[in-house]
Design a protein around this ligand. Structure first.
Ligand code: GLY
Ligand code: MN
Ligand code: MN
Length: 469
């Protein structure tokens, strides 16, 4: 069988170093599974395989039913084993050639003799007391259970989280490419947004551009005129003049690094006065928050900064009454901005979220309880090389305004008739989202990976109405 190329994001040395750093913090071996392709409807009709992120990060070649085992104290090379499922005799016929053991070993920085058959993992782990990282795939979990592998302790998880939080140059190069592909896809989506088209036409234009860039959607794209449904998917609605189109989508490149960006614009490019005012408020909140993305800054404070600007814009729009600072203290913005200002970005679009708040929240911090703030996914102090999204928004969500428990505490500061007028008009929602790399102490500011995608309301209009081609 002929050998074939293997796509890996980083050079072998980078994987060795990551494994060596992890191994310093381990007191027992760790097995990291790749997972397997999930069935769509029956086993031989699977979704495209996407390997588990930790497995990829530590150098696992992107093949299913495989695992890395790392011994404590390993130098990243010796003390590491890669277990693979060899291709079956008919696999080349149906699936094409797979890379050889030697190719894989060289790509990840181990000797060919350290590649073992996946079926030998059971005997390799028979001594017990071994930690395991697995994607939530039933078959892999059942195998881990049969092998009596243990869930990682918080210390073991944090050894991984601390490494993956900070992106190295190879990861950032992949993320810059994912951003570039996402920008091209969003421009295509803008050009497909016009009266007479449907949400699906916009998503089709977007996905075509991702595929042209050899990428896939980093999550189910949100292409909708019902932008107040925060994670609503495209439903094929007809676009009509006056509606706000919200497109939240990004690319996942071949190494599984992602982008995640949002733009909101009026169908046909003509802003109403209130749409433009609230859009400019969200943009100001976003730009102020991005400027604050410097090393040492607490992410919760960036969320609060954006919330304060949103309160100012809501008072100017006569949707809220009072002093913006007091409204922000009381959390009145949660009625209009009911989510966090962003999250970690990397191999997952909500990077590391499979570790829960252990990844998103620094030690000693926990999720706020207040509605809106409780959806904040991140509260760490920012550090050079971290990548986060900044994505404030303003929405008129009918289901919020139907919940007395949420609304009544703010009866004294809400202009309910103005709110109801926007709800009756099906205002929808506005979100603007960028991907931001935290710079060093001496850099001029953060790097905005998505900066090439216009967000100025006039420039966006000009792309939609075809003035800019
Ligand atoms: N794409 C979902 C989010 O922006 O968090
Ligand atoms: Mn996001
Ligand atoms: Mn998004």
């Amino acid at each position: 069988m002929s050998d074939t190329q293997l796509h890996m994001t980083s050079p072998a040395k980078a994987y060795q170093e990551r494994r060596a750093t992890l191994a310093k913090n381990l007191t027992r071996p760790m097995v990291i599974f790749s997972g397997h392709a999930l069935a769509r409807s029956y086993a031989s009709n699977p979704h495209t395989f996407r390997a588990e992120s930790c497995y990829l990060y530590f150098g696992g070649p992107p093949l299913e039913h495989a695992a890395l085992m790392i011994e404590p104290g390993s130098d990243g090379q010796s003390g590491c084993t890669w277990f693979r499922t060899p291709p079956g005799p008919d696999d080349p016929l149906w699936l094409g050639p797979t890379p050889s053991d030697a190719t894989c070993a060289a790509a990840i920085g181990i000797e060919a003799s350290q590649v073992k058959d996946y079926s030998t993992l059971e005997s390799a782990t028979s001594k017990g007391n071994i930690a395991c990282i697995s994607p939530p795939h039933p078959e892999t979990l059942a195998f881990a259970c049969k092998l009596k592998l243990a869930k990682p302790t918080d210390e073991e998880s944090l050894a991984i989280i601390d490494l993956r939080l900070i992106k190295d140059e190879h990861e950032l190069a992949a993320m810059r490419y994912a951003a570039k592909a996402g920008v091209a896809a969003h421009i295509a989506a803008m050009r497909a947004t016009r009266t007479g088209n449907c949400e699906t036409d916009v998503q089709a234009a977007l996905v075509a551009e991702l595929v042209r860039h050899n990428c896939r959607e980093s999550f189910s794209s949100i292409c909708t005129i019902r932008g107040e449904v925060l994670h609503g998917e495209c439903a094929g609605r007809k676009l009509h003049k006056g509606s706000l189109m919200l497109v939240d989508a990004g690319a996942e490149e071949t190494g599984c690094y992602t982008s995640d960006m949002t733009r909101t614009y009026p169908v046909d490019g003509e802003w109403t006065e209130v749409q433009r005012h609230l859009y400019e408020t969200v943009l100001r909140a976003e730009q102020t928050a991005i400027k604050a993305c410097v090393p040492g800054k607490r992410y919760l404070d960036i969320h609060r900064l954006a919330a304060q600007i949103i309160c100012e814009g809501l008072v100017d729009a006569e949707l809220l009454k009072g002093t913006p600072a007091e409204l922000a203290d009381r959390g009145a913005y949660g009625l209009f901005f009911p989510h966090g200002v962003g999250h970690l970005l990397g191999m997952g679009v909500h990077d590391l979220e499979d570790f829960g708040d252990l990844a998103g929240y620094a030690s000693g911090r926990s999720r706020p309880e207040r509605f809106g703030d409780c959806f904040l996914r991140l509260d760490r102090d920012l550090a050079p090389g971290m990548v986060v999204t900044i994505e404030p928004g303003i929405y008129l969500v009918p289901s919020i305004w139907e919940r007395d428990a949420l609304v009544k505490p703010f009866d004294d500061v809400v202009n309910r008739s103005a709110v109801d007028a926007l709800l009756d008009d099906e205002f929808g929602g506005i979100r603007i989202e960028e991907d931001v790399v935290i710079g060093s102490e001496t850099s001029a500011g953060p790097e905005v990976l998505t900066a090439a995608l216009p967000n100025d309301p006039d420039v966006v209009s000009a792309i939609i109405d075809g003035t800019i081609i």
